[in-house]
Design a binder for this molecule. Structure first.
Ligand SMILES: Cc1ncc(COP(=O)(O)O)c(C=O)c1O
Length: 445
C-alpha cells in the first residue's frame, strides 16, 4: 500500500529511475523517449550534471534566504539573464515557484498597478481571458482560463471573469475564414472592453500559442499586434502567458517575439529552469515597475519561497547552458524541418485534422471525419488511446481534450527537449505515425 496520493487512482504508473538526454529510464528496464519533455518543460533534457552541480553548490552554501530581508547575488544574476531574454523595456523580474503562481502574481500585479496609479477607489479589476485558454490550476487562474475540463469541478468556486473566443481558425467560432474574417477574434477584444466599460478592465491575458488545451494553436500573424494596439488604446494591461511558450520553446526567446510585440507583463515558468527546479517568473515592463516604485513601493503579494537562491542557481545554470548550446536556434531549425517536411506528410493521415506549431511545440488535432472536421466522440478517448499506443512503443506524448465543443475533441502535443536534433525529431514522428496507424485500426477507419 502506498502513501502517495496519485494523480489517478485508476492508473498504473511506471516507476522511473533516472533520465539522460531525451530519455527516461524505467525500473521495468525500458528507455522512454520523452517527446513531451515532461509537461513541455524539461527543455534541456535530463541528466545535465553542470546544472545539478550548480544547484547543489548553491544549496550547500545557502538554499534559502527570505525575500523580506535578503537579496543574493545569484538572484540578481538570474533576474538580469531573464530580462536579457525578454523584449526590450522589460527589465524587472518577480520570481515565483510555478506557472500558476506566475499567472496569479501577474493578474494581482495588474490590479495593484491601477490602485497605485488611480488610487484605492479604482474600478479596474476585471481580467479578460479566452475560451480554451489555460493559465494554471489555482482558483484565480482557473477563473481567467477557459479549459472546460480543468474548470468543471470547481466552477461554483470561481469568480466570473469575462472571456472572448480564441483564434481557433480550424473551427472558427464565428464560421468565418481568413483573410476575409478581419481577425474578428481579435476585434472582439475591443467590443468586449467597450461593452464592459474600459474603466472596469485591468488586463487581457492570453497564451501567444495556445498550449495543451487546444494543442499548439498558432494565431494569425495579425492577432498579437491587434490585441496589443487595442489594449494600449484602452489602457488595459496586456499579459502574455508564456509559461509554456517562453524560454526558447517556439524558436524565439519569447513567443511574442515572432510578432515583435511587447506585452506589459510576461508570465513564464516550465522551461525557465528546464524542470531542474520548480521556478517561474513575472517579467515586468519598466513602465509598470515605475508605477509601483513611485507609488506604495510594495507589491502586496508574496510566497515563502519567492526568489530562492537555489532556484536562481538553477535558472542561471539552465539559461547559460541554453545560450552555450544555441538551443533557441536549434528549436527554430527543428521547427522549420517539421513545418516543411514532416507536418505535410502527417497531415495526409485520415484521422489527422490539423498539424500546427512553431519551434519545438507542435499539436496534432485528431478527427473522426476529415471532410466535416467532426471530432471523435469523447467516449472513444482517441487521445488517451494514442497516448497508450505511443507508450507501448516507448514514447511519451502530451494529450488534451474537449476543445472542439467543450465535450469532444482530441489533440496531442509534441514538445521534446530543445536539445533534440534532426535524427531525434524524425524518430519521434516515425513513432507517432506508427502509433497513429495503430489507432486508425483500433478505431476502425
Ligand atoms: C500556458 C500555461 N499557463 C500556466 C500553466 C500552469 O503552470 P504550472 O503547472 O507550473 O502551475 C501551464 C501549465 O501547463 C500552462 O501551460
Amino acid at each position: 500500500m502506498t502513501s502517495l496520493f496519485p494523480r489517478n487512482f485508476g492508473q498504473r504508473y511506471i516507476e522511473v529511475e533516472r533520465g539522460e538526454g531525451l530519455y527516461l529510464f524505467g525500473k521495468d528496464g525500458r528507455a522512454y523517449l520523452d517527446a513531451a519533455a515532461g509537461a513541455i518543460s524539461a527543455n534541456i533534457g535530463y541528466g545535465v550534471q553542470e546544472v545539478a552541480a550548480s544547484i547543489h553548490e548553491q544549496t550547500s552554501k545557502l538554499p534559502f534566504a527570505h525575500a523580506s530581508y535578503w537579496t543574493a547575488e545569484i538572484n540578481e544574476r538570474a533576474a538580469s539573464l531573464v530580462a536579457e531574454l525578454a523584449p526590450g523595456g522589460m527589465n524587472l523580474v518577480w520570481f515565483v515557484n510555478s506557472g500558476s503562481e506566475a499567472m496569479e502574481a501577474a493578474i494581482k500585479m495588474a490590479r495593484q498597478y491601477f490602485i497605485e496609479k488611480e488610487g484605492k477607489g479604482t474600478s479596474r479589476s476585471l481580467v479578460i481571458g479566452r475560451q480554451n485558454g489555460y493559465h494554471g490550476s489555482s482558483l484565480g487562474t482557473l477563473a481567467i482560463g477557459g479549459n472546460v475540463v480543468r474548470r468543471r469541478h470547481f466552477l461554483p468556486m470561481l469568480f466570473d471573469q469575462p472571456k472572448i473566443e480564441t483564434h481557433y481558425c480550424y473551427r472558427c467560432p464565428y464560421g468565418l475564414e481568413k483573410p476575409s474574417c478581419g481577425i474578428r477574434c481579435a476585434a472582439e477584444l475591443e467590443k468586449t472592453i467597450r461593452r464592459i466599460g474600459p474603466q472596469y478592465v485591468a488586463a487581457f491575458v492570453a497564451e501567444p500559442i495556445v498550449g495543451s488545451t487546444v494543442g499548439a494553436l498558432v494565431p494569425p500573424d495579425e492577432y498579437w499586434p491587434m490585441v496589443r494596439e487595442i489594449c494600449s488604446r484602452y489602457d488595459v494591461l496586456l499579459i502574455a502567458d508564456e509559461v509554456m511558450t517562453g524560454c526558447g520553446r517556439t524558436g524565439k526567446n519569447f513567443c511574442v517575439d515572432h510578432w515583435g510585440v511587447k506585452p506589459d507583463l510576461i508570465a513564464t515558468a516550465k522551461g525557465l529552469a528546464a524542470s531542474y527546479y520548480p521556478v517561474g517568473a513575472v517579467i515586468v515592463s519598466d513602465h509598470v515597475g515605475e508605477v509601483f516604485r513611485n507609488g506604495s513601493g510594495v507589491f502586496a503579494h508574496s510566497h515563502t519561497f519567492n526568489g530562492m537562491p537555489a532556484a536562481s542557481a538553477a535558472v542561471v545554470a539552465v539559461l547559460e547552458y541554453m545560450k552555450r548550446h544555441g538551443l533557441v536556434e536549434n528549436a527554430a531549425r527543428m521547427g522549420k524541418l517539421i513545418e516543411m517536411e514532416i507536418a505535410p506528410e502527417l497531415q495526409k493521415m485520415p484521422l489527422v485534422g490539423e498539424v500546427r506549431g512553431k519551434g519545438l511545440m507542435w499539436g496534432i488535432e485528431l478527427v473522426r471525419d476529415k471532410e466535416t472536421r467532426a471530432p471523435f466522440d469523447a467516449a472513444e478517448d482517441a487521445g488517451g488511446k494514442l497516448k497508450a499506443l505511443a507508450l507501448e512503443r516507448g514514447m511519451t506524448l502530451y494529450p488534451g481534450k474537449a476543445m472542439a465543443d467543450g465535450v469532444n475533441g482530441d489533440n496531442i502535443m509534441i514538445g521534446p527537449p530543445l536539445t533534440a536534433g534532426e535524427k531525434d525529431v524524425r524518430k519521434i514522428f516515425e513513432i507517432l505515425t506508427d502509433s497513429l496507424q495503430s489507432l486508425q485500426k483500433q478505431l476502425k477507419f
